[in-house]
Design a protein around this ligand. Structure first.
Ligand code: NAD
Length: 294
């Protein structure tokens, strides 16, 4: 059992903190939003008055925040007051450069740190079935692993600091591209008079098989749990997919990698977001493709 500080108790952080409680840990939490604090409190999290208060006496400090600027601001604010040797873990999806800066901030204070972004969405956060992609040295990873196991089922050490974020944006670039591909195939099938179920039955057992088809199928019917069956309520909002595609393109530019389909996927989700659809599940992009001129 560990004393854990958890900062950022939103859609992901709230249920993740609740799973740490279920695993028998003491969790001191903090969020700027009162409603998130109330809901975490009902799950057994002790709510602190400030982020700084939450980290006092914590052996493990976890952040789950929107973007790199939030993570850097919180780490700069709270880490000077952290207990000696406390392990700092950031589970947010942020840019690789900010992740490396965050590691450097912790290192200056002689605190071990791990970047550990997740895959699996709010369902994975609730069910403790997330995949964690971790960056950091072997010793920090070894300390983080049993804590992360209370919130996920697959914990992968990807390399040194920032490697977890690199894996996350590469994975999500595949996801954004593959979802558009699956949506284009269903839109084409409709025009060709092929039923959704027939395309699903063939592609899900053929070389077109992928997560966007078999778990998040963008048409209602073949996969009853996919957001398409729930009026495209997220799930994983298109605005978050756009954020991850932007991160992938920033990283590609900085690293000199050619990712033309990633760039195209970013522009398609950018147009969807500008059309006011950012709050729709990212599989809802099928509706934009259906109405687009050939
Ligand atoms: P969210 O907006 O629901 O939660 C973020 C929380 O951080 C909010 O409650 C906000 O009030 C809080 N916050 C912001 N600044 C703060 C500060 N200075 N101090 C304390 N709290 C602060 O977002 P989310 O869906 O929980 O996502 C969190 C991260 O996880 C993001 O980086 C996102 O990209 C990533 N992610 C989300 C999903 C998903 O399906 N929602 C999946 C994988 C990864």
């Amino acid at each position: 059992m560990a004393n854990i500080a958890f900062i950022g108790l939103g859609n992901m952080g709230g249920p993740m903190a609740a799973n740490l409680i279920k695993a028998g840990h003491n969790v001191q939490g903090f969020d700027l939003v009162q409603a998130s604090c109330e809901s975490a409190k009902a799950d057994g999290v002790t709510i602190a008055g400030t982020a700084k208060d939450a980290v006092k006496n914590a052996e493990i400090i976890i952040t789950m925040l929107p973007a790199g600027k939030h993570v850097l601001a919180v780490w700069n604010d709270v880490l000077p007051g952290a207990a000696k040797g406390a392990l700092v873990i950031d589970c947010s999806t942020i840019d690789v450069e900010s992740a490396r800066q965050a590691h450097a901030t912790a290192a200056k204070l002689q605190l071990p740190s791990v970047d550990a972004p997740v895959s699996g969405g709010t369902g994975g956060a609730k069910g403790a079935t997330l995949t964690f992609m971790c960056g950091g040295d072997a010793k920090a990873f070894a300390t983080a692993k049993p804590i992360l196991e209370a919130m996920g089922k697959k914990i992968v050490h990807c390399g040194e600091g920032g490697a977890g974020q690199a894996a996350k944006i590469c994975n999500n670039m595949i996801l954004g591209i593959s979802m558009i591909g699956v949506c284009e195939a269903f839109a084409l099938a409709e025009k060709l008079g092929l039923s959704h179920q027939a395309l699903f039955d063939v592609a899900s057992t053929s070389s077109g098989q992928c997560w966007s088809l078999t778990t998040y199928c963008p048409v209602p019917g073949p996969v009853p749990t996919s957001p398409a069956n729930n009026d495209y309520k997220p799930g994983f909002a298109a605005a978050l997919m756009l954020k991850d595609l932007r991160l992938s393109q920033e990283a590609a530019k900085a690293a000199g990698a050619s990712t033309p389909l990633g760039a195209h996927a970013e522009s398609i989700y950018d147009a969807f977001d500008k059309a006011g659809q950012g709050g729709v599940d990212f599989s809802g992009i099928i509706n934009a493709l259906r109405s687009a001129k050939p």
